[in-house]
Design a protein around this ligand. Sequence first.
Ligand SMILES: Nc1ncnc2c1ncn2[C@@H]1O[C@H](COP(=O)(O)OP(=O)(O)O)[C@@H](O)[C@H]1O
Ligand SMILES: Cc1ncsc1CCOP(=O)(O)O
Ligand SMILES: [Mg+2]
Length: 267
Amino acid sequence: MDNSSLKELFAALRNSRPLIHHITNYVTVNDCANITLCIGASPVMADAIEEMEEMTSIAGALVLNIGTLNSRTVESMLLAGRVAREKDIPIILDPVGAGATSYRTKTSQTLIEELCPSVIKGNAGEISVLAGAGGVVKGVDSCDAADDLISVCKSLARETGAVVVATGKNDIATDGITSYSVSNGHELMDKVSGTGCMLSSVTGSFSAVASDLLTASVAAAAAFGIAGERAAADKSYGPYSFRTKLFDKVSSLTPEDLAAEAKVERI
Ligand SMILES: Nc1ncnc2c1ncn2[C@@H]1O[C@H](COP(=O)(O)OP(=O)(O)O)[C@@H](O)[C@H]1O
Ligand SMILES: Cc1ncsc1CCOP(=O)(O)O
Ligand SMILES: [Mg+2]
């Protein structure tokens, strides 16, 4: 992938400041709102069924995150997702904890079947579980993933029609035909709750201005990863000061920085 396409997409995002409608969890909701602002988009968190149709209709992307799912929010996700589909608004699904309980696995499968999300972005364990290729998830953490994760991501992408992103030390992004590995990032990102959720928000932000959601997913993974690298290099004393710096570094990142520092390899 030509890094100049990442730069153009990031510039378009910063210029258009799209609205990103989230139905998300109550653990990382504030982090998701703030990272969306930092990357250059406008967040709204709304899950009341009464306002789903109106809110989704005016959004540039819809992020569905099942981190603290319940039957009420799942109904809202289904309605918002149908509206998004009708209006061609990209849907990003973060299947947080899929594999940890059957409710999470089944709900993820239902959302995939009913809504055909544009991007399915989970950690390596969650994606392996959804692909039926093993994978162990403890709570929300990936404990084991398929050995052949790239092929597993590709087959899930082909089966669902979504761009599939599996995160970890390297992030894999594929549409089932073309695949990329993004090696930006820092191990401290694994020590802060919510970095996966935040990447979903950033992916939604890039997707809102992209015609190609594989490019949007790669741009998001690279941008967030570069910010992580920069935050860690900034004489961090521990995970929490790193967390604060992560927001600052996302905020100060420019399209030129993204193009210069993205480590993207076709695989
Ligand atoms: N060991 C690591 N080295 C570099 N980046 C990492 C590492 N672990 C996680 N990340 C980054 O942190 C973000 C969240 O990934 P991950 O921890 O896999 O998701 P989740 O928080 O959903 O479990 C991604 O941007 C990923 O690239
Ligand atoms: C700890 C926790 N429990 C329910 S949602 C959540 C946050 C998960 O965040 P992430 O998927 O980014 O690690
Ligand atoms: Mg996650």
